[in-house]
Design a protein around this ligand. Structure first.
Ligand code: CUK
Ligand code: CUA
Length: 864
């Protein structure tokens, strides 16, 4: 019997040990079963999951379609990081609700009309030698023919330009290899002037074209007066790409209406879509932008339309700068390969993709070998002599993105709902994957640059149908992540995009992007320069010039200075608000109720708001970001009084007073409290200095913030002392209260600094110690014990030194606390804390881990 028992125990023990190692695995299995996941699903999850704090490998900048914004997410996690307001107001960022950003948005006004929406299609990143450099981002607005510049130092829109001659534009933004120009080609042909012409004038007067926006990289701005447009026939240009490598200096635009058809369904004519697809071929426009840029400098080569230089078709032709090549009917995407020799054209209405060879094109141009001229006198090259070849891909081929291995390209098939991988040099199909559903653009990492990275691909799908929880008839779009690192493409993840139709994305390796985390104090983020209204702490003031009131204000945890602004009805008010924080992520928001105003005031930023105080009344203003424990208190009042009215009822209100004795008690209480708090702060500063916090820039920022607050105390103390000496205890208490406020703010930053410094300095925790800490926290120990100080239970620093055979003692105690309550030392502790430690039912492994955690604490005892 005894032997039998022993065997059982041995077996159980063995099982226990085995269990420890297989627990994770069986848990894994269990969850997979419970959630109905296949092994493939679990693998996909592993490939995309980022634990808290881990950053992504790539940024994706995705157009926000009809939202007029941009979307930023990380790859592979597909976690959304930001929306950037571009052509549309974006309230959180204050974009369009504060004066400076409104100015940017209003750069997009057209002929005096405010335009508050945009149809963004094609984001593009700035390039150096054809590679992404991470400095700027550009995006077009198809609906209103505009281009915007986004400065990636701040992820904010910094400029909008309106195309002076196009009424709509689709083929932008495309970038020349050193960001000399941003290309924007027209879509729907129209007169280049702003005049009326009947539709019958289509062939003679309506025109397309491509605009070359000169970009100054130093200034980060498009130079409108150095920009120009090349006139095209009204062939309805679609997408564009600039050459690179051996085709640098050239650019390519396709089109879909060689028929010059204009529709007229209401007159009994065939609809536009039928008439414009009649011909078997359309025209690929091939043009030499370097030559055109030279030509455009000379006044006699250009027509000035709406104050803008336009190079007419005949001038371009005469100077051998513009050619046409037939292409299969109604193509869509056009993409120049990484070394610039091949141009891949998508056959939207044709099952074939066409690959043009730039060398062949150039040879015909050099030999002046043309098959004819079009109606407008543009020489036409032979299609067969220009093609490298064609390959049948499938139905609805829309777009392309290049892979890492030489010759690979990924293409989207809208109708077939597939992504295909093929070799555009060998003209060979390599792989296909089904996606959900109806893919438009697709983006392999840095797939449009001279240096594609492969690894991942995103398919930007138009429909999502049944992929997500239903949210009414308007469905989200679906961006799908595909692993292209292996031989077979694998679908990994679905991201619903509830913003608009994200036509195109531009991706870039995260290590190339270096955004600021704060502004230099008093910066206007829209210019990057010091703001005229920059206001430092202590400079807050209200100035009146006639009926214009200027408020110079600051925001810092947790007050707005000034707190009362009284103006007359009808006054113009300009308010400058500087966030004088230096700490990362300490943004304050500012609004005044009933005024349609909002500013996001980020650390160091000065924001400006302007309004007319045209309604009488009392309007609270407040901080809109939960910035500290006293955030809700961060407020003030705008008081608008009518100067024509007599407010007779106003009387001085008297506060009910405390008795002198009560006042004295109150005063003593608060000064004692302040003294105690001050000791804590001094200890914090001593700790930080001993540990040489200045070696850690982020810690230093926090300490600087803390000291900023701390230095303000002296002045309040002085005021308190003065009030006290004048026997005005009421005010002395109020000033001491203010002292306490500053102390709390000091402590808030200093404690964060200390935590961060400790994290930097402590020795790394072993896996067991990490799990021990988790058990300590989650098992309830931290409810009574605070490491480094005595709270409802004793400090546990050094607990392993307080007992003989301490590890065993502590283990036994955790396992069964009651067993030790009789020990004399424990009796004393229980008496002191008036508490008995409850049994937390930890298992042996957890107890072991906790002891490892205690060892780690002891190793780093000087940090607590
Ligand atoms: S377009 Cu939308 S799917 Cu504007 Cu590039 Cu092709
Ligand atoms: Cu500042 Cu809330």
């Amino acid at each position: 019997m005894k032997k039998y028992l022993q065997t059982i125990c041995g077996a159980t023990l063995g099982l226990l040990i085995a269990t420890q190692t297989v627990t994770a695995q069986s848990q894994f299995q269990k969850i997979m079963e419970e959630r109905g996941l296949t092994e493939k699903d679990a693998l996909a999850a592993l490939k995309v999951y980022n634990p808290s704090g881990k950053h992504d490998e790539y940024y994706a900048f995705v157009s926000g379609g009809q939202s007029g914004q941009m979307l930023v997410y990380g790859i592979p996690s597909m976690r959304i990081l930001k929306y950037i307001g571009v052509f549309t107001p974006e309230p959180w960022q204050g974009y369009g609700f504060d004066t400076d950003s409104k100015e940017i948005l209003r750069q997009g006004n057209i002929r005096g009309r405010e335009i508050n929406w945009g149809d963004t299609h094609h984001p593009a990143l700035s390039e150096t030698e054809g590679k992404y450099d991470g400095d700027y981002l550009f995006i077009n607005d198809k609906a209103n023919a505009r281009i915007a510049v986004i400065d990636l130092k701040y992820f904010e829109t910094s400029q909008i330009v309106v195309n002076p001659v196009f009424k709509s534009s689709h083929g932008g933004a495309f970038i020349t290899p050193n960001t000399e120009y941003i290309l924007e080609s027209c879509q729907y042909a129209a007169p280049l002037t702003n005049d009326y012409y009947p539709i019958e004038a289509y062939q003679d007067v309506y025109r397309g074209g491509v605009t070359f926006w000169k970009f100054d990289k130093e200034k980060g701005k498009i130079q409108q007066d150095e920009s120009f447009t090349l006139e095209f026939p009204p062939y309805m240009q679609d997408l564009t790409d600039a050459g690179k490598g051996i085709s640098d200096g050239w650019a390519f635009t396709n089109s879909y209406n060689s028929e010059l058809y204009t529709g007229g369904i209401e007159k009994g004519l065939p609809p536009f879509e039928a008439g414009c697809s009649r011909n078997d071929t359309d025209f690929l426009h091939v043009y030499n932008w370097k030559k055109l840029a030279q030509l455009a400098k000379d006044e006699k080569n250009v027509k000035i339309i709406n104050g803008h230089r336009v190079v007419p078709i005949d001038v371009a032709v005469k100077n051998d700068a513009l050619f046409l090549i037939p292409e299969n009917k109604s193509p869509h995407g056009i993409d120049v390969n990484p070394d610039g020799q091949y141009i891949v054209v998508s056959g939207k209405l044709d099952t074939h993709a066409s690959v043009y060879d730039f060398k062949k094109i150039l040879k015909q141009i050099e030999n002046k070998e043309f098959v004819g001229k079009d109606l407008y006198g543009i020489p036409i090259l032979d299609i067969k002599k220009s093609l490298h070849g064609q390959l049948e891909l499938g139905l609805g081929h829309l777009h392309n993105s290049f892979g890492k291995e030489d010759g690979t390209v990924y293409s989207s098939l809208y109708v077939d709902s597939q992504v295909v991988k093929w070799d555009y040099k060998q003209l060979k199909l390599l792989d296909r994957v089904n996606i959900h559903y109806n893919v438009g653009h697709l983006e392999a990492m840095e797939g449009k640059s001279a240096d594609p990275q492969g690894e991942y691909l995103i398919a930007l799908n138009k429909l999502s149908i049944d992929r997500f929880l239903p949210v009414g008839p308007l469905h989200p779009q679906n961006n799908q992540l595909i692993d292209i690192g292996g031989k077979k493409m694998e679908l990994l993840y679905d991201l619903p995009v509830p913003l608009g139709e994200p036509h195109q994305a531009a991706s870039i390796r995260a290590s190339k992007i270096h955004p600021e985390v704060r502004y230099n104090m008093g910066t206007n983020p829209k210019t990057g320069k010091p703001h005229v209204g920059k206001t430092l702490a202590g400079e807050e003031r209200i100035e009146r010039k006639g009926n214009h009131v200027y408020v110079y204000s600051t925001m810092v945890r947790s007050h707005i200075n000034p707190e009362h602004i009284t103006v007359n009805k009808g006054d113009k008010v300009t308010m400058y608000i500087t966030n004088v924080e230096r700490a990362q992520d300490e943004t304050h928001g500012f609004t005044i109720d009933h005024h349609d105003i909002h500013a996001s005031v980020e650390p160091g930023e000065t924001a400006q708001i302007d309004f007319v105080a045209d309604i009488e009344g009392v309007f609270p203003y407040y901080c809109t970001e939960f910035c500290s424990a006293l955030h809700i208190e961060m407020m003030g009042y705008l008081l608008v009084k009518d100067p024509k009215k007599d407010y007779e009822w106003i009387q001085k209100l008297k506060m009910e007073g405390l008795s002198p004795q009560e006042l004295r008690t109150e005063y003593e209480k608060i000064t004692a409290n302040n003294q105690a708090t001050n000791h804590v702060i001094e200890a914090l500063f001593t700790f930080l200095e001993d540990k040489e916090y200045t070696n850690y820039p982020t810690v230093k920022n926090l300490v600087d913030d803390a000291k900023d607050q701390y230095t303000k105390i002296a002045l309040e103390k002085e005021k308190a002392a003065k009030a006290y000496s004048e026997n005005n205890l009421e005010n002395a208490i109020l000033f001491e209260n203010m002292v306490w406020q500053y102390m709390i703010k000091t402590a808030d930053s200093a404690i964060r600094a200390k935590d961060l410094l400790v994290a930097n300095l402590a020795t790394p925790k072993s896996e067991e110690a990490k799990r021990g800490e988790e058990a300590f926290r989650e098992g309830g120990c931290s409810g009574c014990h605070v490491v480094g100080s005595v709270s409802s239970g004793p400090d546990l620093t050094g607990v392993l030194k307080r007992h003989r055979n301490a590890e065993q003692w502590v283990a036994e105690y955790i396992k069964n606390p009651e067993g030790k309550f009789h020990e004399p030392y424990m009796k004393k502790l229980i008496e002191f804390f008036n508490l008995k430690m409850p049994n937390q039912n930890m298992n042996d492994q957890e107890i072991k881990n906790i002891i490892e955690y205690f060892k780690w604490i002891d190793e780093n005892a000087d940090l607590f």
